[in-house]
Design a protein around this ligand. Structure first.
Ligand code: DON
Length: 314
Protein backbone atom coordinates (compact mmCIF):
# COMPACT_ATOMS: atom_id res chain seq x y z
CA UNK A 1 0.00 0.00 0.00
CA UNK A 2 2.98 2.32 0.50
CA UNK A 3 4.73 2.63 -2.82
CA UNK A 4 7.56 4.87 -3.96
CA UNK A 5 8.21 6.11 -0.43
CA UNK A 6 11.79 7.23 -1.12
CA UNK A 7 10.63 9.39 -4.04
CA UNK A 8 7.76 10.76 -1.99
CA UNK A 9 10.09 11.81 0.83
CA UNK A 10 12.46 13.42 -1.66
CA UNK A 11 9.55 15.37 -3.19
CA UNK A 12 8.29 16.47 0.25
CA UNK A 13 11.78 17.60 1.16
CA UNK A 14 12.11 19.68 -1.98
CA UNK A 15 8.64 21.14 -1.67
CA UNK A 16 8.98 22.22 1.96
CA UNK A 17 12.64 23.23 2.17
CA UNK A 18 11.51 26.62 0.88
CA UNK A 19 8.69 26.98 3.43
CA UNK A 20 10.04 29.71 5.66
CA UNK A 21 7.09 30.53 7.88
CA UNK A 22 7.51 30.21 11.64
CA UNK A 23 10.25 31.20 14.07
CA UNK A 24 12.94 29.36 15.98
CA UNK A 25 12.13 29.19 19.74
CA UNK A 26 13.89 31.90 21.71
CA UNK A 27 12.33 31.64 25.19
CA UNK A 28 15.20 29.30 26.04
CA UNK A 29 18.13 31.36 24.70
CA UNK A 30 20.25 28.35 23.78
CA UNK A 31 17.51 27.06 21.42
CA UNK A 32 17.67 30.32 19.49
CA UNK A 33 21.08 29.26 18.12
CA UNK A 34 19.53 26.58 15.88
CA UNK A 35 20.01 26.99 12.14
CA UNK A 36 16.49 27.90 10.91
CA UNK A 37 17.16 26.22 7.57
CA UNK A 38 18.10 22.77 8.90
CA UNK A 39 15.65 20.23 7.61
CA UNK A 40 15.40 16.47 7.65
CA UNK A 41 12.67 13.89 7.10
CA UNK A 42 13.13 10.27 8.16
CA UNK A 43 10.95 7.18 8.16
CA UNK A 44 11.59 3.83 9.82
CA UNK A 45 9.27 1.01 8.77
CA UNK A 46 8.22 -1.68 11.25
CA UNK A 47 10.36 -4.17 9.29
CA UNK A 48 13.42 -2.01 10.07
CA UNK A 49 13.77 -0.46 6.60
CA UNK A 50 14.91 3.16 6.88
CA UNK A 51 14.65 6.21 4.66
CA UNK A 52 16.15 9.61 5.26
CA UNK A 53 16.40 12.82 3.27
CA UNK A 54 18.12 16.02 4.33
CA UNK A 55 20.35 16.85 7.26
CA UNK A 56 20.46 13.45 8.98
CA UNK A 57 23.42 14.32 11.23
CA UNK A 58 21.97 17.54 12.62
CA UNK A 59 21.61 17.07 16.38
CA UNK A 60 18.88 18.73 18.43
CA UNK A 61 17.46 18.26 21.91
CA UNK A 62 14.44 16.06 22.48
CA UNK A 63 12.53 18.74 24.41
CA UNK A 64 8.91 17.66 24.84
CA UNK A 65 9.38 14.59 22.69
CA UNK A 66 10.84 13.05 25.83
CA UNK A 67 7.45 13.45 27.56
CA UNK A 68 5.86 10.25 26.16
CA UNK A 69 9.11 8.38 26.86
CA UNK A 70 9.19 9.62 30.46
CA UNK A 71 5.52 8.68 30.76
CA UNK A 72 6.34 5.18 29.46
CA UNK A 73 9.23 4.82 31.89
CA UNK A 74 7.00 5.90 34.80
CA UNK A 75 4.28 3.43 33.72
CA UNK A 76 6.85 0.65 33.57
CA UNK A 77 8.43 1.39 36.91
CA UNK A 78 5.53 2.43 39.14
CA UNK A 79 2.50 1.04 37.31
CA UNK A 80 -0.49 2.42 35.46
CA UNK A 81 -2.81 3.01 38.42
CA UNK A 82 -0.44 5.34 40.23
CA UNK A 83 0.64 7.26 37.14
CA UNK A 84 -2.81 7.83 35.67
CA UNK A 85 -4.26 8.73 39.05
CA UNK A 86 -1.66 11.49 39.40
CA UNK A 87 -1.54 12.85 35.84
CA UNK A 88 -4.90 12.27 34.15
CA UNK A 89 -5.40 11.89 30.39
CA UNK A 90 -7.64 14.86 29.53
CA UNK A 91 -6.70 17.44 26.89
CA UNK A 92 -5.94 20.88 28.35
CA UNK A 93 -6.74 22.98 25.29
CA UNK A 94 -4.05 25.33 26.57
CA UNK A 95 -0.39 25.96 25.94
CA UNK A 96 2.17 23.46 27.18
CA UNK A 97 3.37 25.60 30.08
CA UNK A 98 -0.08 26.80 31.17
CA UNK A 99 -0.55 27.33 34.88
CA UNK A 100 -4.29 26.81 34.50
CA UNK A 101 -4.23 23.19 33.45
CA UNK A 102 -4.68 21.56 36.87
CA UNK A 103 -7.95 19.95 37.95
CA UNK A 104 -9.89 20.90 41.07
CA UNK A 105 -7.73 18.76 43.35
CA UNK A 106 -4.46 20.01 41.95
CA UNK A 107 -3.54 17.33 39.42
CA UNK A 108 -2.33 18.09 35.92
CA UNK A 109 -4.66 17.08 33.10
CA UNK A 110 -2.22 14.91 31.14
CA UNK A 111 1.46 13.89 30.97
CA UNK A 112 2.20 15.70 27.66
CA UNK A 113 2.07 19.22 29.16
CA UNK A 114 4.76 20.52 31.47
CA UNK A 115 2.80 20.09 34.71
CA UNK A 116 2.04 16.46 33.88
CA UNK A 117 5.59 15.76 32.78
CA UNK A 118 6.94 17.22 36.02
CA UNK A 119 4.72 14.71 37.83
CA UNK A 120 5.79 11.72 35.71
CA UNK A 121 9.42 12.82 36.12
CA UNK A 122 8.95 12.90 39.91
CA UNK A 123 8.02 9.21 39.76
CA UNK A 124 11.20 8.07 38.00
CA UNK A 125 13.07 5.59 40.19
CA UNK A 126 16.65 5.65 41.51
CA UNK A 127 18.52 6.22 44.75
CA UNK A 128 20.32 9.35 43.55
CA UNK A 129 19.60 12.11 41.03
CA UNK A 130 22.32 10.76 38.80
CA UNK A 131 20.98 7.19 38.96
CA UNK A 132 17.51 8.47 38.06
CA UNK A 133 18.80 10.36 35.01
CA UNK A 134 20.94 7.42 33.88
CA UNK A 135 17.86 5.19 34.11
CA UNK A 136 15.91 7.55 31.90
CA UNK A 137 18.82 7.85 29.47
CA UNK A 138 19.00 4.06 29.13
CA UNK A 139 15.23 3.93 28.56
CA UNK A 140 15.50 6.57 25.79
CA UNK A 141 18.33 4.59 24.16
CA UNK A 142 16.03 1.61 23.67
CA UNK A 143 13.84 3.77 21.42
CA UNK A 144 16.45 5.79 19.57
CA UNK A 145 19.00 2.99 19.26
CA UNK A 146 21.80 5.07 20.83
CA UNK A 147 22.65 6.28 24.32
CA UNK A 148 21.97 10.04 24.14
CA UNK A 149 24.44 12.71 25.24
CA UNK A 150 23.09 15.59 27.31
CA UNK A 151 23.30 19.04 25.68
CA UNK A 152 24.84 20.74 28.68
CA UNK A 153 24.31 24.27 27.32
CA UNK A 154 20.60 23.70 26.65
CA UNK A 155 20.19 22.08 30.06
CA UNK A 156 21.82 25.08 31.77
CA UNK A 157 19.66 27.43 29.70
CA UNK A 158 16.49 25.48 30.69
CA UNK A 159 17.49 25.82 34.32
CA UNK A 160 18.21 29.54 34.08
CA UNK A 161 14.89 30.30 32.42
CA UNK A 162 12.74 27.64 34.12
CA UNK A 163 10.90 29.72 36.71
CA UNK A 164 7.46 28.85 35.39
CA UNK A 165 8.30 25.15 35.63
CA UNK A 166 9.57 25.74 39.17
CA UNK A 167 6.31 27.50 40.00
CA UNK A 168 4.33 24.56 38.58
CA UNK A 169 6.50 22.10 40.52
CA UNK A 170 6.04 23.90 43.82
CA UNK A 171 2.29 24.22 43.22
CA UNK A 172 2.09 20.48 42.56
CA UNK A 173 4.09 19.83 45.71
CA UNK A 174 1.80 22.10 47.71
CA UNK A 175 -1.21 20.16 46.39
CA UNK A 176 0.42 16.88 47.42
CA UNK A 177 0.55 15.61 43.82
CA UNK A 178 4.34 15.45 43.98
CA UNK A 179 6.28 14.04 46.90
CA UNK A 180 9.96 14.15 47.76
CA UNK A 181 12.68 16.61 46.84
CA UNK A 182 11.02 19.02 44.37
CA UNK A 183 14.32 20.64 43.37
CA UNK A 184 15.76 17.27 42.42
CA UNK A 185 12.62 16.45 40.41
CA UNK A 186 12.85 19.79 38.59
CA UNK A 187 16.53 19.19 37.79
CA UNK A 188 15.55 15.86 36.30
CA UNK A 189 12.75 17.51 34.33
CA UNK A 190 15.19 20.06 32.85
CA UNK A 191 17.57 17.23 32.00
CA UNK A 192 14.77 15.20 30.40
CA UNK A 193 14.32 18.03 27.86
CA UNK A 194 17.99 18.15 26.95
CA UNK A 195 19.21 14.77 25.59
CA UNK A 196 20.53 15.12 22.04
CA UNK A 197 19.03 13.19 19.17
CA UNK A 198 18.71 13.40 15.38
CA UNK A 199 15.91 12.78 12.88
CA UNK A 200 16.72 9.14 11.98
CA UNK A 201 16.85 8.29 15.71
CA UNK A 202 13.50 9.99 16.17
CA UNK A 203 12.04 7.92 13.32
CA UNK A 204 13.32 4.80 15.14
CA UNK A 205 11.58 6.02 18.29
CA UNK A 206 8.28 6.49 16.46
CA UNK A 207 8.74 3.12 14.71
CA UNK A 208 9.31 1.43 18.08
CA UNK A 209 5.89 2.68 19.15
CA UNK A 210 4.42 1.69 15.77
CA UNK A 211 5.96 -1.78 16.28
CA UNK A 212 4.24 -2.22 19.66
CA UNK A 213 7.30 -1.56 21.77
CA UNK A 214 10.11 -3.37 19.93
CA UNK A 215 12.69 -1.22 18.17
CA UNK A 216 12.57 -2.65 14.62
CA UNK A 217 16.20 -1.70 13.94
CA UNK A 218 17.87 -3.13 17.05
CA UNK A 219 15.26 -5.77 17.93
CA UNK A 220 15.30 -4.60 21.57
CA UNK A 221 12.10 -4.06 23.50
CA UNK A 222 11.75 -0.48 24.74
CA UNK A 223 8.28 -0.70 26.27
CA UNK A 224 5.97 -3.49 27.31
CA UNK A 225 3.19 -3.94 24.75
CA UNK A 226 0.57 -3.34 27.43
CA UNK A 227 1.61 0.33 27.69
CA UNK A 228 1.68 1.17 23.99
CA UNK A 229 -1.90 2.33 23.85
CA UNK A 230 -1.35 4.51 26.93
CA UNK A 231 1.32 6.44 25.04
CA UNK A 232 -0.44 6.52 21.68
CA UNK A 233 -3.71 7.77 23.14
CA UNK A 234 -2.13 10.64 25.07
CA UNK A 235 -0.02 11.51 22.02
CA UNK A 236 -3.10 11.61 19.78
CA UNK A 237 -5.11 13.66 22.27
CA UNK A 238 -2.37 15.95 23.58
CA UNK A 239 0.86 15.51 21.65
CA UNK A 240 0.65 18.64 19.52
CA UNK A 241 -0.04 21.16 22.29
CA UNK A 242 -3.22 23.20 21.87
CA UNK A 243 -3.29 22.25 18.19
CA UNK A 244 -3.95 18.60 19.13
CA UNK A 245 -7.64 18.57 18.22
CA UNK A 246 -7.08 19.97 14.76
CA UNK A 247 -4.12 17.64 14.28
CA UNK A 248 -6.28 14.60 15.17
CA UNK A 249 -9.01 15.85 12.85
CA UNK A 250 -6.83 16.64 9.86
CA UNK A 251 -3.84 14.30 10.17
CA UNK A 252 -5.03 11.74 12.68
CA UNK A 253 -1.88 9.99 13.85
CA UNK A 254 -0.42 9.86 17.38
CA UNK A 255 2.41 12.40 17.38
CA UNK A 256 4.64 14.48 19.63
CA UNK A 257 6.46 17.68 18.89
CA UNK A 258 9.14 19.58 20.77
CA UNK A 259 10.15 23.24 20.78
CA UNK A 260 13.56 22.46 19.29
CA UNK A 261 11.69 21.65 16.05
CA UNK A 262 11.46 17.85 16.18
CA UNK A 263 8.23 16.02 15.45
CA UNK A 264 7.51 12.29 15.49
CA UNK A 265 4.39 10.57 14.22
CA UNK A 266 3.33 6.96 14.68
CA UNK A 267 1.42 4.87 12.13
CA UNK A 268 0.64 1.79 14.23
CA UNK A 269 1.75 -1.44 12.59
CA UNK A 270 3.27 0.43 9.64
CA UNK A 271 5.99 2.99 10.38
CA UNK A 272 7.40 5.89 12.36
CA UNK A 273 7.88 9.33 10.80
CA UNK A 274 10.18 12.06 12.05
CA UNK A 275 10.79 15.58 10.83
CA UNK A 276 13.24 18.16 12.10
CA UNK A 277 12.94 21.83 11.21
CA UNK A 278 13.25 24.43 13.97
CA UNK A 279 10.88 27.06 12.57
CA UNK A 280 7.80 26.85 14.82
CA UNK A 281 4.23 28.07 14.47
CA UNK A 282 2.36 29.92 17.21
CA UNK A 283 1.57 26.65 19.03
CA UNK A 284 5.22 25.54 19.14
CA UNK A 285 4.97 22.94 16.35
CA UNK A 286 7.46 22.76 13.46
CA UNK A 287 5.86 24.38 10.40
CA UNK A 288 7.71 22.20 7.88
CA UNK A 289 7.08 19.20 10.13
CA UNK A 290 3.34 19.79 10.08
CA UNK A 291 3.26 20.34 6.34
CA UNK A 292 5.37 17.28 5.49
CA UNK A 293 3.43 14.95 7.83
CA UNK A 294 0.11 16.23 6.62
CA UNK A 295 0.98 15.58 3.00
CA UNK A 296 2.57 12.18 3.64
CA UNK A 297 -0.48 10.99 5.58
CA UNK A 298 -2.84 12.34 2.94
CA UNK A 299 -0.94 10.72 0.07
CA UNK A 300 -0.97 7.23 1.57
CA UNK A 301 -4.27 7.60 3.46
CA UNK A 302 -2.68 6.94 6.85
CA UNK A 303 -5.12 8.74 9.16
CA UNK A 304 -5.84 6.07 11.81
CA UNK A 305 -9.53 6.16 10.94
CA UNK A 306 -8.96 5.98 7.22
CA UNK A 307 -10.31 2.94 5.41
CA UNK A 308 -6.78 1.91 4.43
CA UNK A 309 -5.80 1.68 8.07
CA UNK A 310 -8.39 -0.93 8.96
CA UNK A 311 -6.45 -4.17 9.42
CA UNK A 312 -8.74 -6.20 7.16
CA UNK A 313 -8.22 -3.72 4.32
CA UNK A 314 -4.43 -3.85 4.41
O1 DON B 1 9.62 23.20 29.83
C1 DON B 1 10.06 23.83 28.86
O2 DON B 1 10.11 25.02 28.82
C2 DON B 1 10.52 23.14 27.63
N1 DON B 1 11.82 22.65 27.73
C3 DON B 1 9.46 22.18 27.21
C4 DON B 1 9.78 21.57 25.96
C5 DON B 1 8.76 21.58 24.90
O3 DON B 1 9.11 21.13 23.83
C6 DON B 1 7.37 22.13 25.07
N2 DON B 1 6.58 21.35 25.87
N3 DON B 1 5.77 20.82 26.36
Amino acid sequence: MIQDLAQTLEALYNRYRVLNTGKVATYIPELAKADPDSFCIAVTMVDGTRHVVGDAECAFTLQSISKPLVFGHALTTVGRNIVIDLTGVEPTGRSFSSMVGLDEIGRPLNPMVNAGAIVTTSLLPGRTASERYQGLRAAIAHYTGELPELDQAVYESEKRTGDRNRALGYLLKDKGTIEGDIDEHLELYFKSCSPLTNTPQLANTAATLANFGVNPVTGHRALDETYIKDLLVVMLMNGMYNYAGRWAYEVGIPAKSGVSGGLMGVIPGVMGIAVYSPRLDEYGNSTRGLAACRELVEKYKLHIFDQNMLPWKR
